[in-house]
Design a protein around this ligand. Structure first.
Ligand code: GCU
Length: 342
């Protein structure tokens, strides 16, 4: 009886659909195309940082610009705080086209496109300005463009993430030897695993948002990150010894799924690219402000901060030098070009 009723309803519904089509005259391909271009798109953007973090503010800016430039036709919903999963999961979903946009650290993306590893080599850049010269120049553009083929994800823009340094729970870090034998959380990246091994410590690759619990349980002794992450993740409450070794600058990448990208008109692609580039300028400004605020806050909140002399910093650099051969061996010219970028 139930099935019969269901069948009758289904037949009635399909008759209604046919008559609607006939009435509106929407049978042809062209009409359909027209309808599609005017269709409202609601898309999802994944971000693992909290709501007021610079990268999340960049995401909101991006969404706002796309909405304005399309007169409300394309709406992007930002899911911050890792609501759509950790970075590795998000990248998988992006490749499948189940998530439309994301911002993640370059580290996990380099697992799919090993060319990107060059950009996160320890002590590669002289400073922030040098890094931006490289990212905004031909090298950065080519590597971002290469992602589409290598990682099956379209790279849109670089975001800033400052410099990363180590922090641990137990004691001050004055030298590489002070990290020896410790369990250090790293990003889910083979290069980061090898980097910590090179320092004589044990790498523990786990998602960012699991680090707090791992520190709390004592599964790890420490981790490494920039000032705003150290603050906003509250890792500083559990691991209060921070050494300003600034071993890497790992940029962030704003991305779009290739599946969505390939379905967009040239005009929409242009709008999205422009909005991404504009949002990156905005993120950089927000980053500069937040980096300072977080560092100041950390300096006033009981964190024990060790500054290294140039010689001490050099010993961290020397310990990590093997990575240049391992991850940059095939890219010697590129590394040279980066180092020579003025
Ligand atoms: C930074 C970055 C995050 C990343 C995290 C990590 O905080 O902004 O995207 O997940 O580093 O260490 O994993």
């Amino acid at each position: 009886m139930f099935f019969l009723k269901k069948k009758l309803i289904a037949t009635a519904l399909s008759l209604m659909a046919v008559s609607t089509m006939l009435l509106s005259g929407c049978g042809g391909d062209n009409a359909k195309k027209e309808e599609n271009t005017n269709d409202k798109l609601v898309l999802r953007y994944a971000e693992n940082q909290p709501e007021y973090y610079p990268t999340t503010l960049g995401a909101y800016k991006f969404a706002q610009l796309v909405k304005e430039k399309t007169n409300g036709r394309i709406e992007i919903e930002v899911y911050h705080s890792g609501k759509l999963g950790d970075e590795k999961t998000v990248l998988g979903e992006l490749q499948q086209g189940n998530i439309d946009f994301a911002r993640t650290s370059l580290s996990p993306v380099a697992e799919f496109d090993s060319d990107l590893n060059v950009l996160q080599l320890p002590y590669l850049y002289r400073d922030e300005t040098h890094m931006w010269k490289v990212l905004d120049g031909e090298i950065g553009k080519n590597l971002l463009n290469g992602m589409e083929e290598k990682a099956n994800i379209v790279g849109l823009s670089w975001y800033d993430a400052g410099a990363r340094s180590f922090y641990i729970r137990e004691h001050e870090i004055n030298s590489v030897a002070d990290l020896s034998g410790l369990n250090i959380r790293v990003q889910e990246s083979s290069m980061m695993v090898d980097m910590v091994k090179a320092l004589g410590a044990n790498p523990v690759p786990i998602p960012y948002r699991e680090t707090y619990a791992a520190l709390e349980k004592g599964d790890i002794d420490g981790a490494e990150n920039n000032w705003p992450s150290y603050e906003s993740s509250e890792h500083y409450q559990l691991a209060k010894y921070y050494v300003v070794d600034e071993h890497t600058r790992v940029p962030e990448i704003q991305m779009v799924s290739k599946k969505l990208w390939d379905s967009l008109s040239d005009e929409d692609k242009k709008i999205i690219q422009e909005a991404a580039t504009e949002s990156a300028i905005f993120e950089k400004e927000e980053w500069e402000k937040q980096e300072k605020i977080s560092e100041d806050k950390m300096r006033q909140s009981g964190v024990v901060i060790t500054e290294l002399t140039p010689e001490e910093k050099q010993s961290f650099k020397d310990a990590m030098n093997s990575l240049y051969e391992e991850y940059g061996g095939n890219a010697k010219d590129l590394i040279k070009a980066i180092q020579e970028t003025e």
